[in-house]
Design a protein around this ligand. Structure first.
Ligand SMILES: Nc1ncnc2c1ncn2[C@@H]1O[C@H](COP(=O)(O)OP(=O)(O)OP(=O)(O)O)[C@@H](O)[C@H]1O
Ligand SMILES: [Mg+2]
Length: 397
Protein backbone atom coordinates (compact mmCIF):
# COMPACT_ATOMS: atom_id res chain seq x y z
CA UNK A 1 0.00 0.00 0.00
CA UNK A 2 1.25 3.50 -0.81
CA UNK A 3 2.22 5.83 1.98
CA UNK A 4 -0.06 8.54 0.68
CA UNK A 5 -2.76 8.30 -1.94
CA UNK A 6 -4.22 11.66 -2.84
CA UNK A 7 -7.10 10.06 -4.71
CA UNK A 8 -8.14 8.31 -1.50
CA UNK A 9 -7.90 11.66 0.34
CA UNK A 10 -10.67 13.00 -1.85
CA UNK A 11 -13.01 10.25 -0.71
CA UNK A 12 -12.43 11.27 2.91
CA UNK A 13 -13.39 14.90 2.24
CA UNK A 14 -17.00 15.78 2.91
CA UNK A 15 -18.56 17.11 -0.26
CA UNK A 16 -20.78 20.17 -0.12
CA UNK A 17 -22.44 19.16 -3.39
CA UNK A 18 -25.51 17.04 -3.74
CA UNK A 19 -25.13 17.00 -7.50
CA UNK A 20 -22.23 18.88 -9.08
CA UNK A 21 -23.42 18.62 -12.69
CA UNK A 22 -26.30 21.00 -11.89
CA UNK A 23 -23.73 23.81 -12.21
CA UNK A 24 -22.43 22.78 -15.62
CA UNK A 25 -23.33 25.16 -18.47
CA UNK A 26 -25.03 22.43 -20.48
CA UNK A 27 -27.25 21.25 -17.62
CA UNK A 28 -30.92 21.60 -18.52
CA UNK A 29 -33.03 22.61 -15.52
CA UNK A 30 -36.48 21.09 -14.97
CA UNK A 31 -38.08 24.51 -14.99
CA UNK A 32 -37.26 27.59 -16.94
CA UNK A 33 -37.76 30.69 -14.86
CA UNK A 34 -38.59 34.24 -15.99
CA UNK A 35 -38.72 33.60 -19.73
CA UNK A 36 -42.50 33.16 -19.95
CA UNK A 37 -42.95 36.22 -22.17
CA UNK A 38 -40.42 34.99 -24.70
CA UNK A 39 -41.98 31.50 -24.72
CA UNK A 40 -45.47 32.99 -25.16
CA UNK A 41 -44.24 35.14 -28.04
CA UNK A 42 -42.56 32.18 -29.74
CA UNK A 43 -45.69 30.05 -29.24
CA UNK A 44 -47.82 32.71 -30.88
CA UNK A 45 -45.44 33.01 -33.81
CA UNK A 46 -45.35 29.28 -34.47
CA UNK A 47 -48.97 28.52 -33.63
CA UNK A 48 -50.09 28.58 -37.30
CA UNK A 49 -47.78 25.60 -37.86
CA UNK A 50 -49.55 23.51 -35.24
CA UNK A 51 -52.96 24.59 -36.45
CA UNK A 52 -52.15 24.01 -40.05
CA UNK A 53 -48.80 22.33 -40.68
CA UNK A 54 -46.93 23.36 -43.80
CA UNK A 55 -48.98 26.54 -44.02
CA UNK A 56 -46.10 28.91 -43.37
CA UNK A 57 -42.35 29.16 -43.36
CA UNK A 58 -41.20 31.26 -40.41
CA UNK A 59 -37.89 33.04 -40.19
CA UNK A 60 -37.01 34.73 -36.96
CA UNK A 61 -33.97 35.97 -35.15
CA UNK A 62 -33.22 35.86 -31.44
CA UNK A 63 -30.75 38.28 -29.91
CA UNK A 64 -29.51 38.93 -26.37
CA UNK A 65 -26.36 39.08 -24.28
CA UNK A 66 -24.19 36.15 -23.34
CA UNK A 67 -25.75 33.75 -20.82
CA UNK A 68 -29.24 35.29 -20.76
CA UNK A 69 -30.93 32.00 -21.58
CA UNK A 70 -31.39 32.20 -25.36
CA UNK A 71 -30.33 28.60 -26.00
CA UNK A 72 -32.06 27.08 -23.00
CA UNK A 73 -35.33 28.90 -23.79
CA UNK A 74 -35.26 27.64 -27.35
CA UNK A 75 -34.58 24.16 -26.04
CA UNK A 76 -37.75 24.38 -23.91
CA UNK A 77 -39.70 25.82 -26.82
CA UNK A 78 -38.60 22.88 -28.97
CA UNK A 79 -39.88 20.45 -26.34
CA UNK A 80 -43.25 22.28 -26.23
CA UNK A 81 -43.56 22.18 -30.01
CA UNK A 82 -42.69 18.51 -30.18
CA UNK A 83 -45.20 17.70 -27.46
CA UNK A 84 -48.03 19.59 -29.16
CA UNK A 85 -47.16 18.08 -32.52
CA UNK A 86 -47.05 14.56 -31.11
CA UNK A 87 -50.48 15.03 -29.51
CA UNK A 88 -51.91 15.78 -32.92
CA UNK A 89 -49.86 13.27 -34.85
CA UNK A 90 -48.11 16.02 -36.76
CA UNK A 91 -44.62 15.56 -38.06
CA UNK A 92 -42.74 18.58 -36.81
CA UNK A 93 -39.02 18.14 -36.44
CA UNK A 94 -37.06 20.51 -34.27
CA UNK A 95 -33.31 20.54 -34.94
CA UNK A 96 -31.18 22.77 -32.71
CA UNK A 97 -27.70 23.25 -34.11
CA UNK A 98 -24.83 25.09 -32.51
CA UNK A 99 -22.90 26.66 -35.39
CA UNK A 100 -19.76 27.03 -33.30
CA UNK A 101 -19.49 23.24 -33.31
CA UNK A 102 -21.38 22.54 -36.53
CA UNK A 103 -19.93 25.32 -38.64
CA UNK A 104 -20.27 23.90 -42.15
CA UNK A 105 -23.10 22.96 -44.49
CA UNK A 106 -22.01 19.34 -44.28
CA UNK A 107 -22.21 19.27 -40.45
CA UNK A 108 -25.61 21.01 -40.39
CA UNK A 109 -26.99 18.57 -42.96
CA UNK A 110 -25.56 15.59 -41.08
CA UNK A 111 -27.39 16.70 -37.93
CA UNK A 112 -30.65 17.02 -39.85
CA UNK A 113 -30.26 13.61 -41.50
CA UNK A 114 -29.59 12.03 -38.10
CA UNK A 115 -32.60 13.69 -36.46
CA UNK A 116 -34.93 12.79 -39.32
CA UNK A 117 -33.52 9.27 -39.22
CA UNK A 118 -33.03 9.26 -42.98
CA UNK A 119 -31.10 6.14 -43.69
CA UNK A 120 -28.54 7.08 -46.32
CA UNK A 121 -24.76 6.98 -46.43
CA UNK A 122 -23.90 10.67 -46.57
CA UNK A 123 -20.26 10.33 -47.54
CA UNK A 124 -19.63 11.39 -51.10
CA UNK A 125 -23.04 13.04 -51.40
CA UNK A 126 -22.82 16.76 -52.18
CA UNK A 127 -24.59 19.24 -49.84
CA UNK A 128 -27.07 20.19 -52.56
CA UNK A 129 -27.94 16.53 -53.19
CA UNK A 130 -28.26 15.98 -49.46
CA UNK A 131 -30.56 18.96 -49.15
CA UNK A 132 -32.72 17.61 -51.97
CA UNK A 133 -32.99 14.25 -50.18
CA UNK A 134 -34.07 16.04 -46.98
CA UNK A 135 -36.64 18.15 -48.82
CA UNK A 136 -38.04 15.10 -50.58
CA UNK A 137 -38.36 13.35 -47.22
CA UNK A 138 -40.16 16.33 -45.64
CA UNK A 139 -42.59 16.72 -48.53
CA UNK A 140 -43.31 13.00 -48.77
CA UNK A 141 -44.08 12.84 -45.05
CA UNK A 142 -45.97 16.11 -44.88
CA UNK A 143 -43.42 17.15 -42.33
CA UNK A 144 -42.02 20.50 -41.25
CA UNK A 145 -38.49 21.12 -40.08
CA UNK A 146 -37.72 23.93 -37.66
CA UNK A 147 -34.01 24.52 -37.88
CA UNK A 148 -32.33 26.50 -35.11
CA UNK A 149 -28.98 27.99 -36.08
CA UNK A 150 -27.60 28.90 -32.68
CA UNK A 151 -24.51 31.17 -32.50
CA UNK A 152 -25.07 31.63 -36.21
CA UNK A 153 -22.19 34.09 -36.57
CA UNK A 154 -19.73 31.20 -36.20
CA UNK A 155 -20.89 29.60 -39.42
CA UNK A 156 -17.98 29.38 -41.85
CA UNK A 157 -17.88 32.04 -44.52
CA UNK A 158 -17.26 29.74 -47.45
CA UNK A 159 -20.63 28.07 -46.84
CA UNK A 160 -22.71 31.26 -46.58
CA UNK A 161 -24.34 30.33 -49.87
CA UNK A 162 -25.81 27.31 -48.18
CA UNK A 163 -27.52 29.50 -45.56
CA UNK A 164 -28.79 31.69 -48.36
CA UNK A 165 -30.29 28.63 -50.07
CA UNK A 166 -31.93 27.48 -46.83
CA UNK A 167 -33.48 30.84 -46.19
CA UNK A 168 -34.84 31.27 -49.70
CA UNK A 169 -35.77 27.70 -50.52
CA UNK A 170 -39.38 27.98 -49.40
CA UNK A 171 -39.85 31.16 -51.37
CA UNK A 172 -39.44 29.52 -54.75
CA UNK A 173 -42.49 28.23 -56.57
CA UNK A 174 -40.73 24.90 -57.04
CA UNK A 175 -42.31 23.35 -53.95
CA UNK A 176 -46.03 23.32 -53.15
CA UNK A 177 -45.77 23.28 -49.37
CA UNK A 178 -43.85 25.06 -46.67
CA UNK A 179 -41.53 22.55 -45.06
CA UNK A 180 -38.81 24.64 -43.45
CA UNK A 181 -38.64 27.36 -40.78
CA UNK A 182 -35.49 28.92 -39.43
CA UNK A 183 -34.65 30.42 -36.06
CA UNK A 184 -31.31 32.21 -35.98
CA UNK A 185 -29.64 33.07 -32.67
CA UNK A 186 -26.89 35.67 -32.22
CA UNK A 187 -25.76 37.81 -29.32
CA UNK A 188 -26.14 40.99 -31.34
CA UNK A 189 -27.01 42.01 -34.86
CA UNK A 190 -23.54 43.45 -35.41
CA UNK A 191 -22.13 39.95 -35.38
CA UNK A 192 -23.95 39.22 -38.61
CA UNK A 193 -22.03 41.96 -40.43
CA UNK A 194 -20.26 39.43 -42.65
CA UNK A 195 -23.52 37.99 -43.89
CA UNK A 196 -25.10 39.28 -47.03
CA UNK A 197 -28.24 41.45 -46.76
CA UNK A 198 -30.14 38.70 -48.56
CA UNK A 199 -29.52 36.40 -45.60
CA UNK A 200 -29.97 39.00 -42.90
CA UNK A 201 -33.10 40.77 -44.01
CA UNK A 202 -35.57 37.85 -44.03
CA UNK A 203 -34.42 36.94 -40.51
CA UNK A 204 -34.59 40.49 -39.27
CA UNK A 205 -38.29 40.83 -40.07
CA UNK A 206 -39.10 39.27 -36.75
CA UNK A 207 -36.65 39.67 -33.90
CA UNK A 208 -37.09 38.59 -30.31
CA UNK A 209 -34.64 40.35 -28.07
CA UNK A 210 -33.89 38.67 -24.75
CA UNK A 211 -33.36 41.43 -22.22
CA UNK A 212 -30.91 40.99 -19.34
CA UNK A 213 -32.27 39.45 -16.16
CA UNK A 214 -32.68 41.74 -13.18
CA UNK A 215 -31.12 40.89 -9.82
CA UNK A 216 -34.27 39.18 -8.48
CA UNK A 217 -34.55 36.98 -11.55
CA UNK A 218 -30.88 36.00 -11.40
CA UNK A 219 -31.36 35.18 -7.72
CA UNK A 220 -34.37 32.92 -8.41
CA UNK A 221 -32.56 31.04 -11.15
CA UNK A 222 -29.40 30.50 -9.11
CA UNK A 223 -31.34 29.63 -5.96
CA UNK A 224 -33.13 26.91 -7.91
CA UNK A 225 -29.72 25.38 -8.78
CA UNK A 226 -28.57 25.69 -5.17
CA UNK A 227 -31.60 23.68 -4.05
CA UNK A 228 -30.90 21.05 -6.67
CA UNK A 229 -27.13 20.86 -6.46
CA UNK A 230 -25.97 21.71 -2.95
CA UNK A 231 -26.56 20.12 0.41
CA UNK A 232 -28.63 22.15 2.84
CA UNK A 233 -27.36 25.42 4.34
CA UNK A 234 -24.15 25.55 2.33
CA UNK A 235 -24.66 29.15 1.24
CA UNK A 236 -26.76 31.89 2.81
CA UNK A 237 -29.22 33.92 0.72
CA UNK A 238 -27.18 36.98 1.55
CA UNK A 239 -24.00 35.56 0.00
CA UNK A 240 -25.97 34.20 -2.92
CA UNK A 241 -27.19 37.73 -3.55
CA UNK A 242 -23.56 38.89 -3.63
CA UNK A 243 -22.84 36.35 -6.37
CA UNK A 244 -25.86 37.52 -8.34
CA UNK A 245 -24.68 41.13 -8.05
CA UNK A 246 -21.41 40.14 -9.69
CA UNK A 247 -23.16 39.31 -12.94
CA UNK A 248 -25.85 41.95 -12.90
CA UNK A 249 -24.10 44.10 -15.54
CA UNK A 250 -23.98 41.30 -18.05
CA UNK A 251 -27.00 39.31 -16.83
CA UNK A 252 -24.84 36.26 -17.54
CA UNK A 253 -26.26 33.29 -15.61
CA UNK A 254 -23.37 31.12 -16.75
CA UNK A 255 -20.99 33.45 -14.93
CA UNK A 256 -23.03 33.33 -11.70
CA UNK A 257 -23.14 29.55 -11.87
CA UNK A 258 -19.39 29.35 -12.42
CA UNK A 259 -18.56 31.72 -9.56
CA UNK A 260 -20.89 29.76 -7.30
CA UNK A 261 -19.46 26.39 -8.28
CA UNK A 262 -15.86 27.55 -7.86
CA UNK A 263 -16.66 29.15 -4.51
CA UNK A 264 -18.15 25.85 -3.32
CA UNK A 265 -15.15 23.91 -4.63
CA UNK A 266 -12.78 26.33 -2.91
CA UNK A 267 -14.66 26.00 0.39
CA UNK A 268 -14.74 22.24 0.04
CA UNK A 269 -11.01 22.09 -0.67
CA UNK A 270 -10.24 24.09 2.45
CA UNK A 271 -12.50 21.93 4.57
CA UNK A 272 -15.06 24.69 5.24
CA UNK A 273 -18.60 23.58 5.94
CA UNK A 274 -20.18 26.53 4.16
CA UNK A 275 -19.34 29.00 1.39
CA UNK A 276 -17.56 32.09 2.68
CA UNK A 277 -17.42 35.60 1.26
CA UNK A 278 -13.72 35.19 0.61
CA UNK A 279 -14.28 32.05 -1.45
CA UNK A 280 -16.67 34.13 -3.60
CA UNK A 281 -14.10 36.90 -3.99
CA UNK A 282 -11.41 34.43 -5.00
CA UNK A 283 -13.74 32.72 -7.43
CA UNK A 284 -14.75 36.07 -8.95
CA UNK A 285 -11.12 37.16 -9.31
CA UNK A 286 -10.87 34.70 -12.19
CA UNK A 287 -13.18 37.01 -14.11
CA UNK A 288 -11.81 40.40 -13.22
CA UNK A 289 -8.22 41.15 -12.60
CA UNK A 290 -7.41 43.93 -10.21
CA UNK A 291 -6.96 47.14 -12.16
CA UNK A 292 -3.59 48.18 -10.79
CA UNK A 293 -3.43 51.27 -13.00
CA UNK A 294 -6.66 52.56 -11.55
CA UNK A 295 -5.50 51.69 -8.05
CA UNK A 296 -2.37 53.76 -8.56
CA UNK A 297 -4.56 56.77 -9.39
CA UNK A 298 -5.79 56.86 -5.79
CA UNK A 299 -4.20 59.36 -3.44
CA UNK A 300 -2.56 58.39 -0.15
CA UNK A 301 -5.69 58.88 1.98
CA UNK A 302 -7.95 57.06 -0.43
CA UNK A 303 -5.55 54.12 -0.24
CA UNK A 304 -5.58 54.30 3.55
CA UNK A 305 -9.35 54.32 3.59
CA UNK A 306 -9.46 51.29 1.32
CA UNK A 307 -6.92 49.54 3.51
CA UNK A 308 -9.02 50.22 6.60
CA UNK A 309 -11.98 48.56 4.89
CA UNK A 310 -9.80 45.51 4.15
CA UNK A 311 -8.55 45.43 7.74
CA UNK A 312 -12.07 45.52 9.10
CA UNK A 313 -13.32 42.77 6.82
CA UNK A 314 -10.40 40.60 7.91
CA UNK A 315 -10.75 41.36 11.61
CA UNK A 316 -14.52 41.28 11.97
CA UNK A 317 -15.09 38.57 9.32
CA UNK A 318 -18.07 40.68 8.25
CA UNK A 319 -18.63 42.08 4.81
CA UNK A 320 -21.11 44.80 5.71
CA UNK A 321 -19.38 47.73 7.34
CA UNK A 322 -20.78 50.99 8.61
CA UNK A 323 -19.15 54.28 7.73
CA UNK A 324 -18.49 54.93 11.43
CA UNK A 325 -16.45 51.81 11.96
CA UNK A 326 -14.53 52.46 8.74
CA UNK A 327 -13.76 55.97 9.94
CA UNK A 328 -12.53 54.67 13.27
CA UNK A 329 -10.16 52.21 11.60
CA UNK A 330 -9.02 54.91 9.18
CA UNK A 331 -8.23 57.23 12.09
CA UNK A 332 -6.15 54.45 13.67
CA UNK A 333 -4.21 53.98 10.43
CA UNK A 334 -3.62 57.75 10.19
CA UNK A 335 -2.29 57.74 13.72
CA UNK A 336 0.04 54.88 12.87
CA UNK A 337 1.32 56.77 9.83
CA UNK A 338 1.46 60.09 11.72
CA UNK A 339 -0.94 61.64 9.24
CA UNK A 340 -3.70 64.13 9.93
CA UNK A 341 -7.06 62.43 9.10
CA UNK A 342 -9.22 64.05 6.46
CA UNK A 343 -12.56 65.69 7.28
CA UNK A 344 -15.89 63.84 7.25
CA UNK A 345 -16.95 65.47 3.98
CA UNK A 346 -13.66 64.50 2.39
CA UNK A 347 -13.96 60.91 3.61
CA UNK A 348 -17.46 60.70 2.12
CA UNK A 349 -16.11 61.95 -1.21
CA UNK A 350 -13.37 59.31 -1.12
CA UNK A 351 -15.98 56.62 -0.49
CA UNK A 352 -17.92 57.80 -3.55
CA UNK A 353 -14.78 57.66 -5.68
CA UNK A 354 -13.90 54.14 -4.50
CA UNK A 355 -17.43 53.13 -5.37
CA UNK A 356 -17.22 54.65 -8.85
CA UNK A 357 -14.04 52.67 -9.49
CA UNK A 358 -15.86 49.56 -8.24
CA UNK A 359 -13.22 48.90 -5.58
CA UNK A 360 -16.02 48.88 -3.02
CA UNK A 361 -19.77 48.35 -3.19
CA UNK A 362 -22.41 49.98 -1.04
CA UNK A 363 -25.99 49.38 -0.06
CA UNK A 364 -28.45 51.73 1.59
CA UNK A 365 -30.52 50.06 4.27
CA UNK A 366 -33.73 51.61 5.61
CA UNK A 367 -33.10 50.73 9.19
CA UNK A 368 -36.04 52.47 10.81
CA UNK A 369 -37.97 55.72 10.47
CA UNK A 370 -35.06 57.56 12.02
CA UNK A 371 -32.89 57.18 9.01
CA UNK A 372 -31.06 55.27 6.39
CA UNK A 373 -27.82 53.46 6.89
CA UNK A 374 -25.11 52.95 4.33
CA UNK A 375 -23.26 49.64 4.37
CA UNK A 376 -19.94 49.21 2.60
CA UNK A 377 -18.41 45.97 1.35
CA UNK A 378 -15.79 44.56 -1.00
CA UNK A 379 -17.10 41.89 -3.32
CA UNK A 380 -14.79 41.83 -6.28
CA UNK A 381 -11.34 41.02 -4.97
CA UNK A 382 -9.78 38.53 -2.55
CA UNK A 383 -8.92 40.64 0.51
CA UNK A 384 -5.39 39.27 1.15
CA UNK A 385 -4.17 40.01 -2.34
CA UNK A 386 -6.00 43.35 -2.46
CA UNK A 387 -4.41 44.47 0.81
CA UNK A 388 -0.98 43.41 -0.36
CA UNK A 389 -1.31 45.60 -3.45
CA UNK A 390 -2.55 48.51 -1.34
CA UNK A 391 0.35 48.25 1.06
CA UNK A 392 2.86 48.35 -1.80
CA UNK A 393 1.26 51.56 -3.08
CA UNK A 394 0.94 53.13 0.36
CA UNK A 395 4.62 52.51 1.04
CA UNK A 396 5.54 54.04 -2.32
CA UNK A 397 3.66 57.30 -1.63
N1 LIG B 1 -34.46 31.34 -17.17
C1 LIG B 1 -33.59 30.42 -16.82
N2 LIG B 1 -33.94 29.42 -15.98
C2 LIG B 1 -33.04 28.47 -15.63
N3 LIG B 1 -31.78 28.43 -16.09
C3 LIG B 1 -31.38 29.39 -16.94
C4 LIG B 1 -32.26 30.44 -17.34
N4 LIG B 1 -31.61 31.27 -18.17
C5 LIG B 1 -30.37 30.79 -18.28
N5 LIG B 1 -30.22 29.67 -17.57
C6 LIG B 1 -28.99 28.88 -17.45
O1 LIG B 1 -27.90 29.75 -17.64
C7 LIG B 1 -26.92 29.19 -18.48
C8 LIG B 1 -26.76 30.06 -19.72
O2 LIG B 1 -27.94 30.00 -20.50
P1 LIG B 1 -27.89 29.85 -22.10
O3 LIG B 1 -26.79 28.92 -22.47
O4 LIG B 1 -29.24 29.53 -22.58
O5 LIG B 1 -27.49 31.34 -22.48
P2 LIG B 1 -27.32 31.99 -23.93
O6 LIG B 1 -28.11 33.23 -23.93
O7 LIG B 1 -27.61 30.98 -24.96
O8 LIG B 1 -25.75 32.36 -23.91
P3 LIG B 1 -24.73 32.45 -25.17
O9 LIG B 1 -25.02 33.72 -25.91
O10 LIG B 1 -23.38 32.51 -24.55
O11 LIG B 1 -24.92 31.24 -26.01
C9 LIG B 1 -27.38 27.78 -18.77
O12 LIG B 1 -26.77 26.91 -17.85
C10 LIG B 1 -28.87 27.84 -18.55
O13 LIG B 1 -29.37 26.60 -18.15
MG1 LIG C 1 -26.41 30.00 -26.34
Amino acid sequence: MLESNYIEDNFKKISLFKDEKVFEPDFIPKKLLHRENELILLSRMFFPLIKNPNSISKKILITGNVGVGKSVTIYFFGKMLEESAQKRNLKIYFVHINCRINYSSYLVLKNIVDKLKINIPIRGVSPIELLEIIIEFLIKNNAHLILVLDEMNYFQKKDFNFIYTLIRINETKKYQIYFLSIIGIVKELNLLKNFDESIKSPLQNEIIHFRNYNIFEIFDIIKDRVNLGLKEDIISDDLLKRICELSIDSGDIRKSLKILKNAVLYSEYHGFKTVTMDSIRISNAEYISLDKDQLSLLNFHELLLLKSICNLIQNTKRNNLTINEIKEEYFNLCLEKREKPRSNTQIWEYIQKLRTYDFIQSEIINKDIKGRKCLIRITNYPIDEFKRQLEVLINEK
